[in-house]
Design a protein around this ligand. Structure first.
Ligand SMILES: [Zn+2]
Length: 265
């Protein structure tokens, strides 16, 4: 039990909070608190995308180092509980994920669900909110929030053509300039709300950025491009000047309500 107390639901990478930008990585890690073991799964399942976003931790660390922006990384695998879902989302604690049955999540009692919310999900969620507030305070402006994710090259037998996808709901301030900057490199296939639609009620960007009217962007990079340190560094180095340029735009640091395609805020 002593080791359990050391498990941290999040990690903060310190940076220049007065710079106005912060990075959030919901699925960066696949760590599990000792008492949950591997949730009844073969260890190899933790090498798959179902446990975490492959490559995102390396990209986030490098991006934070180059831009000087602080970052918050979720400390636990999304198989324990998914921090990028609303508390009432049916996929918050998955019992089946991409063909794998997660026996440690079935059955799921109300008590156990509450435990995971109280001990892991909410402390991470609070850490995101606290970092955002402290960046706002240190910079004296509304913060710009960058959310890092990665996606599998193939889903249900279909290859995905995009190198990266920019996901957003209704606030165009950061997504459109970033799509434009990435597309300017003619060799990249850039998804606009692909491979997923960025309008997801209750997700991290909804809870923290959209409800507050803070400019934000969610970046998805294809996992095979960032699965090595060299690939991750290349993508961080590509994104850093683009994000720095967006962070310098005056409209980025004004709180403004754009609403949500998912319904009233
Ligand atoms: Zn993700």
């Amino acid at each position: 039990m002593a080791r359990t107390a050391l498990f941290s639901p999040f990690e903060i990478i310190e940076g220049n909070r007065a710079g106005g930008m912060l990075i959030v990585a919901d699925h960066a890690k696949r760590d599990m608190p000792d008492e949950y073991g591997d949730l009844g799964l073969p260890a190899a399942e933790f090498d798959r995308h179902i446990a975490y976003d492959i490559g995102v931790e390396m990209v986030t660390r490098r991006l934070a180092a180059i831009t000087g922006a602080p970052a918050v990384l979720c400390g636990f695998s999304r198989l324990l509980i998914d921090p990028n879902r609303g508390e009432d989302d049916p996929t918050l604690i998955r019992q089946v994920y991409d063909g794998t049955v997660i026996s440690g999540n079935y059955p799921m009692s109300n008590d156990e669900r509450q435990q995971r919310l109280d001990r892991f999900y909410r402390p991470y969620d609070d850490a995101v909110g606290a970092l955002m507030s402290s960046v706002a305070e240190a910079s004296g402006r509304s913060p710009f929030i960058v959310s890092m994710h990665s996606f599998t090259p193939v889903m249900q037998g279909r290859p995905r053509p995009w190198h990266a996808g920019i996901l957003w709901d209704s606030d165009p301030r950061a997504p459109l300039p970033l799509i434009e900057a990435l597309a300017a490199d003619g060799s990249l296939v850039v998804g606009d709300n692909e491979p997923y639609d960025g309008a997801l009620r209750g997700d991290t960007m909804f809870r923290h950025a959209i409800v507050n009217g803070f400019a934000h962007v969610l970046i998805e990079i294809r996992q095979d491009l960032i699965g090595t340190q060299a690939g991750a560094d290349e993508w961080a180095e590509r994104l850093a000047p683009m994000l720095d340029a967006i962070n310098r735009r005056p409209d980025i640091h004004e709180a403004k309500q754009f609403g949500s395609r998912t319904g009233p805020i």
